[in-house]
Design a protein around this ligand. Structure first.
Ligand code: GLY
Length: 268
């Protein structure tokens, strides 16, 4: 187990990197000793993983949305607001986002805005969300006019990364996440880039020690940038968008080529 601290004064939090499901009980109880009731948000791909957490939560309500970028919409957010209202969710009710970038961005947006703010916990399930989108507080939804056009900087209270969740991640999604990992080597940490080159076989084989190391280094790199430029005001944080501009263009072209409106891959 490793812990990465993100130091942001009153908005500080820890990223816990673990290998065992049962550690979630301690993670939650440590943050919320009274173990309040909570809302768990997942999508149709991650609902089964979210259900594994429910036995550790005394009272929880599982809300699910369809998998895919189209769930990051005002319509889906509006429906979820209504569900939260009917559940009488208040500011003492944590929202736990269990999923990849879409669930994290959408769940974070709901937490940032419903009732003027709910405590947010991130449980990323894809490699991309573990090393990028679950850390740093960028949350939001898409408009027809553009991606992530409505959102906020809203830090989670904690990030719980269970590397076991990667076991069943499709190869394409795993490699998509690795692109974000390589990004940190290119933009911030040459030693890490060399380590990635030297350990590529173990990384592709999802060797547990290699996977833990690459997640920990990536999260530390991201935390270092976020600590210095939380709200992307100095320009430093924009370094984390390295490759995203090209990727968004390729994704849009790919979506047009295959005649669909969905983005083929998630981006942080
Ligand atoms: N994914 C880029 C950022 O968090 O700033």
């Amino acid at each position: 187990m490793q812990t990465i601290a993100v130091s942001l004064e009153s908005r500080s939090y820890n990223i816990s990197i673990v290998h065992e499901l049962a550690t979630f009980a301690n993670f939650y109880a440590h943050l919320y000793p009274k173990r309040p009731r909570c809302v768990v948000l997942a999508d149709s791909n991650t609902a089964a993983l979210a259900e594994q957490l429910l036995p550790f939560l005394p009272e929880s309500h599982l809300l699910t949305v369809p998998a895919g970028e189209s769930s990051k919409s005002l319509a889906v957010a509006g429906d979820l607001y209504s569900q939260l209202a009917r559940l009488r969710v208040d500011r003492a009710t944590p929202l736990i986002a269990v999923g990849g970038g879409v669930v994290g961005d959408l769940g974070g947006f709901l937490a940032a805005t419903f009732n003027r703010g709910l405590p947010l916990l991130m449980v990323p399930t894809s490699l991309l969300s573990m090393v990028d989108s679950s850390v740093g507080g960028k949350v939001g939804i898409n408009l027809p006019e553009g991606k992530n056009l409505v959102g906020a900087f809203y830090q989670p209270k904690g990030v719980w990364i269970n590397t076991q969740f990667l076991d069943h991640l499709p190869e394409r999604e795993y490699c998509s996440g690795l692109a974000e990992v390589v990004k940190y080597g290119v933009i911030l940490d040459a030693t890490f880039f060399v380590w990635l080159e030297q350990n590529i076989d173990a990384i592709l084989a999802r060797d547990p020690a290699a996977v833990e190391h690459l997640i920990a280094v990536s999260c530390r790199c991201k935390a270092d940038v976020v600590e210095q430029d939380e709200r992307e005001e100095t320009g430093l944080r924009m370094v984390l968008n390295y490759g995203h501009t090209f990727a968004h263009a390729f994704e849009s072209l790919g979506a047009i080529r295959v005649g669909c409106t969905e983005k083929p891959l998630q981006r942080g």
